[in-house]
Design a protein around this ligand. Sequence first.
Ligand code: C2E
Ligand code: MG
Ligand code: MG
Length: 846
Amino acid sequence: MRLQGKLLLLLIPLVGGALVAIGSVAYLQLRGNAERNYLQQMDTLLDQLSQQVQSKIRTAEANLELLAANYLVEKYALVADEAERYRLLQRPLLRSFAGYQSVYPDYYEIRYLLPDGYEAARRVLGEVPNRTETEAQNPFFRNLAAVEDAVRSELGVNPDNGEVALFVGKPLRLRDPSVDPVLAKPLLRGYLVITVSLSQLEQQLLSRPLGDTGILFVADAAGEILLHGHVHHDAAAALEPDHSHVLTAADLRALRGGVERPGRAWLDLLDGPVYLQGRELSPQLYLYGALPVDTVKAATEQLGELVIAITLSTIVAVAGVLFFALRRLVLRPLQRLEAVAHQIGRGRLDIAIASSGSDEMASLGQSLAAMAESLARSNERVRFLADHDSLTGLPNRRLFQDYLGKALARARRHGETLVLLFLDIDEFKNVNDTLGHQAGDVLLEQFAERLLGVLREEDMVAHNRRVPGEMVARLGGDEFIVLLPGLAAPATAAGIAERILGRLREPFVINRQRFFVGASIGITVYPDDGDSVPDLVKHADLAMYHAKRSGKNNYQFFAPEMNAAVVRRMHMERRLRQALERQEFVLHFQPVIELRSGRILGAEALVRWQDLDTGRLVPPDEFIPLAEATGLILPLGEWVLLQACTLAKGWQDRGLPRLQVGVNASALQVERGELSQKVREVLALTGLAAEWLELELTETVIMAAAAEVQAELTRLQALGCSIALDDFGVGYSSLNYLRHFSIDKLKIDRSFVRDCAGVTSQGGIVTAIIALAHAFGHKVVGEGVETEGELAFLQAQGCDLGQGFLFSRPLPAAEFEALLEQQAVGTGLQACAVPAWPLPADAVGV
Ligand code: C2E
Ligand code: MG
Ligand code: MG
């Protein structure tokens, strides 16, 4: 459900419930008030009227007392003779009555009654016929006769005019002082009665002080209604003065209750139930007010309707106002923000968010805007990182290839040239290994900076401004590439390469240390060196490779032959692997001769590749470097060791002269630190005693990792093997090696032996090496002895051993075995004499 619907569902019950509750409370309160008001009004009215009547009664009673005490009245009462009384006192008495009547016009009848009820004197105001001359039958008179001395007031119907009137009477008990003794009991002489008109009260009752439906009435103690006000509809008939209405006993009980304790009572006087209240006017005389419950209810119902109407309209108004306010302040802004968030979600981050005001919605809008902005920034960053190298900030391989593709398409269209410079930092691995990767990173950054610096300078002179600009990218590791589109002449590329190399001549400063770092640069030119992005990059890489091969820190333009060389190398590598699998290698043995005796004391095992595809016997110089570069030297070296030891042990077992077999070990084998372990295994496997195995290591092997090599040499010697330093003289020929490394033999490189007899300098070196080796206690082998002169020279200098074509070329195992047998047959020393050499060529199989 949408928020709008939820809000409506929430607001209407919330506002409605609250207002209905308030309305109900207000209604109940108002209804109570209205009810109270009605009843209070009636209460007050009854109080007023009862006070009025009571004061009228009290006034009348007081006046009656006064009148009774009047001398004239007393005299009248005491005159027993009727005639005399009438003659003498009638007039003055009536005048005195008239005096009262003039002051109280509602005393419309004042009478003097004889004890038997006969009207002796009567003064009437207005036309009131005297229908009854004696009151003997009048209930009031009968009641009055029972009264001792007090004044009695009573409401009753005046038989003379049929109207309800207030009768106030008093018996006159007098002692006639002229006749009666002083202590004689006063005798009843007659009654004084004032009839008070109640028309004023009646008028008041009739004036509808309780509204159209309420009624005021006066009833006596017997429940007879004596006076009443206006009566509503049908009840009027029942209350007509002719049909006097008598209240039931139940009514009376209720009325009494009301009188004693003013409050509510029910009376079926009118239609339906009524509220009834009463007041005692005098003993036996009561004033009542009756108000139909329906009337009060009708008024409160009206009030209820009003309250309901007000409540409902307030609910509608408040809910409406709240809803519109919420719509304006919350829903609309929310909808706008929702739309914005939707757009942001779909990647549109450039949208404007109008956020005026300072409320939460506005700050939400601002947050959304800030979010979109930061999202846009990080998108940009992500995009940048996807295309750039994080270290140098240069474009990466992906971006470069893309860019080169476009530049190539353009160059194709316009017939322009493109130049690529492929750079690789020389000896970068050394920096990383010795100074750590952090220093390596700093170097890469500085290198990139210099590259850009050179291009910025170049841009001013050589760059043709009409075409897209050059680009420097980092391809990974220490490889960079530079694209130079639209160079005026490819030769300019050489200039740029030179400038780059020139800049590299300045030292790099890393961790306050100065370093000199070079680079090898390969250059390709479109369209000459390739037509596609991969070709151009691959050829530039090849050219760089050749720059490395040709001494590093230089540049090379690509030439198709480079390609051929690499293809050859790859082919060779594949074939070499195959050769290992197919066991195409063979060992040849070249004898090592003791120069003093001419005996074969040892043999060097030299590997050859019997290429089954070509049938050619490939010399080691053609495949050993590749085997070393690819790691194939490890399995190959192992094979050579096993083969050499097996053969040597076989010869020994066949009773041939024992000799030491020399096996060449490459740098990789020694560096791995596994050589001694392998030797141990092979010796154990073949059963050859260690003393018959010699390992030949070159100076470069020893140099590579001196500490590890020394440990390995020690282990080998501990096994019982001997160590020969091969090709001595061509490397660093440091005295240190001779001093520090425990070697047994030193093999003078054949480049020194050659012409040693003829060329003085050569001879001098050989002499020096022999003397040096002997000084350190090493045996010396002269390698590559080809002539008698060389042999004689070596012999003359005390060289211990010799190896060379003069004695024998390296021979296949079988032929070497035959040679050994030959030596064994002629065990005589003459066979070993040096002059026996050279053996006939056919005898050694060369
Ligand atoms: P190297 O260890 O110095 O071996 C001696 C080389 O000199 C051999 O060449 C041998 O044929 C050659 N030689 C001996 N006498 C004469 C001579 O009088 N005149 C001339 N011109 N050359 C002579 P080869 O067999 O071609 O071996 C070349 C190099 O290949 C070896 O030099 C050695 O460093 C390496 N090599 C050979 N076999 C192995 C091997 O099994 N393992 C390893 N790691 N390297 C080997
Ligand atoms: Mg050797
Ligand atoms: Mg050698």
